[in-house]
Write a protein that binds this ligand. Sequence first.
Ligand code: PSU
Ligand code: MN
Length: 312
Amino acid sequence: MLHLEDVLVKSSEVKRAMRISLPMVALESTVLTHGLPRPQNLQLAHDMERAVREQGATPATIGFLDGYLHIGLTEGELDRLANEREAYKVGPRDFATVITEEACGGTTVAGTMFACKQINIRVFATGGIGGVHRESGFDISADLQALATIPMIVVCAGAKAILDLPATLEYLETMSVPVIGYGTDEFPAFYSRDSGLEVSLRLNTPAEIVEFAKTHWSMGPQSAVLVANPLPAREAIPRSEIEPLIKRVSDEAQEKEIHGKELTPFLLQRLGALTQGKTVQANLSLLRNNARLAAQIAKAIRSSERRRGSEG
Ligand code: PSU
Ligand code: MN
């Protein structure tokens, strides 16, 4: 039997950052292996890491190579994962499979959070979380389960617009996950800045988010704090424009009987084709935007720890 420590590989950058307690931001890799087309996927991985570094934090992109769980990937390793055609999409239930098969894989939001829990990274940036699918109320992403049980701050641009957003928000409420609108009262819908749905609280600065998260955890719940960060207006696609296309690709998926793990990648890829890449541009923009905010939050955590240290 293998233990997680047996397969854990930290990059030298991550090791150093952990040793001297630098602010750190975890990044997922399903978006590289399954979410974005090549070669934009590798470019994006670099862009997100750069966005984190520019804010003075350390990026830790998480993914599997040959059955090893990498925390922080070197340039060559990122390149390999981004070009690996047989990569698994790795949620928490798939860890043992990928390790047993010595396979490569991109970790989903849930998979990445699960890894973060083991190594104590508290801030994570992604694009859009998974949720309850429209095609089937039983297809509920393991992301929601992870958000319900792992105490960390997760920055996203809302849930992917291809989902049933009201049902996803209801589920988050049931699971005691606060949904913070960053500078907004509305839950953003990934490609669009609005959804007509409310967040549980609006906060306007990274420091406020950190204070809120600490208060949340001190009250008892050990759920995540979900920060919903609307994508930049320049790349946003109006809801009226994207919604009919989402309906169309959802119907296509049902006709083709695509479900389970394949559903999200199929829908994203079809939307990209139907919008001549506009959805891909929006996706790239919101990922960079979220990496930046997550880095600011990770820094605010360090400042608040330092303040507490000097107080007492
Ligand atoms: N957001 C994106 N692109 C993606 C995903 C999210 O912009 O590819 C991935 C995330 O890794 C998320 C996963 O965890 O899709 C959800 O898949 P599922 O619905 O099968 O749980
Ligand atoms: Mn699913």
